[in-house]
Design a binder for this molecule. Structure first.
Ligand code: ADP
Length: 351
């Protein structure tokens, strides 16, 4: 097994640069998730690790091997795609063993490896079926089984759960986490879904427009975002942002109805966006905000407030049994240390 190292990795399609000099260290055995909105470059970066896209500049290492110019087959990686890419005329067992068969491995070895993969993935009862007779989740298991059978140093997953319905996605997410625990291989996983990223990753790489916005453990990104992009992307519902201006030792934030302590590195007069997560706000008696809408999800509900001073929207998560009504006037309260400040222009954190 091996980690993956990228040094100043760049991808250009003709004149258009889409990956802008990525430096990244993925440890041996780590579950690393590339996450970001559509078009941020996460699939391209994954395909560059696989060798399916050429690396225009920079170096890519798997373990100690420089794989930058290697063919996909030489890199010791196996990729699982969103579309499964199974052979329809082959059984589950044949699909899983096909790569080894093509490479001339003996029958007994193939059977043993397919047997082991099907045990891990609970596919034993389906080995003789064709893909058409499987559910979406089972097909994706077969695609993962095909990767396991090849015994790669690094597993690459490209949005593997996107074609599954919500319930199955949760089930397969748990399966993939279990698979990683059981086989302990390095895994790189691409998704646009921050919940998948938070629940699966040891390390999350948040990408924005071909740059790394931040790298870190899931809870570190949640607690300590470096910029407004990461703050808004990680966490659901998203962090609230309201405009503020730093004074001598307080930030005036009309949209929250109160001043908050200014960060030490801020300067007087600096325009900021103040961030506050819905789960860190409590509703209290008051008249600074009006409830525009409520959404009850069962265990939690969300109150969408409008600030009477600024018109800005603030979302509040409620967990108790008492719920506010639309049209009601309320106040809000929160622990001052739950506040984040981001420069209004650069969107970088002001600490
Ligand atoms: P993501 O996986 O994050 O949705 P992609 O890696 O697919 O994003 O794409 C990143 C950027 O590269 C996008 O702007 C996309 O339009 C561009 N891109 C991807 N493939 C090509 C290509 N073959 N030619 C030109 N541009 C491409």
């Amino acid at each position: 097994m091996s980690g993956v190292t990228m040094n100043k990795v760049i991808k250009r399609y003709g004149e258009t640069q889409v990956i802008h000099g990525i430096d990244l260290e993925i440890e041996d055995g780590e579950f690393c998730v590339f996450v970001g909105p559509s078009g941020c470059g996460k699939s391209t970066l994954l395909r560059m690790v696989a060798g399916l896209e050429e690396t225009t500049e920079g170096q890519m290492h798997i373990g100690t091997r420089n794989v930058t110019k290697m063919d996909p087959a030489e890199r010791g990686v196996a990729m699982v795609f969103q579309t499964y890419a199974l052979y329809p005329h082959m059984t589950v067992a044949e699909n899983m063993g096909f790569g080894l068969k093509m490479n001339g491995h003996p029958r007994a070895e193939i059977d043993a490896k397919v047997g082991e993969a099907s045990r891990i993935l609970k596919l034993d009862d389906y080995l003789k079926r064709k893909p058409a007779a499987l559910s979406g989740g089972q097909r994706q298991r077969v695609a993962i089984g095909r990767a396991i059978v090849r015994g790669p140093e690094v597993f690459l997953f490209d949005e593997p759960l996107s074609n599954l319905d919500a319930e199955l996605r949760v089930e397969m997410r748990v399966e993939i986490a279990r698979l990683h625990r059981e086989i302990g291989a390095t895994m790189i996983y691409v998704t646009h879904d921050q919940v998948e990223a938070m629940t699966l990753a040891d390390k999350i790489v948040v990408l924005k427009s071909g740059y790394i916005a931040q790298v870190g453990a899931p809870m570190d990104l949640y607690r300590d975002p470096d910029n407004k992009f990461v703050a808004g992307f990680i966490g659901s519902p998203a962090m609230n942002f309201v405009a503020g201006e730093i004074g001598s030792d307080r930030i005036a934030v009309p949209g929250l109805g109160v001043d908050v302590p200014a960060p030490t590195s801020g300067t007087t007069g600096q325009k900021v966006e103040v961030g506050l997560r819905p789960e860190h706000i409590e509703l209290v008696a008051g008249d600074t905000h009006v409830v525009e809408l409520t959404e009850a999800l069962g265990g939690v509900s969300y109150a969408y407030l409008a600030s009477k001073a600024s018109g800005e929207r603030v979302v509040v998560e409620e967990r108790g049994d008492e719920r506010v009504r639309e049209g009601q006037e309320v106040g809000i309260t929160f622990e001052p240390n739950r506040i984040y400040a981001f420069d209004a222009t650069s969107e970088q954190r002001v600490r």
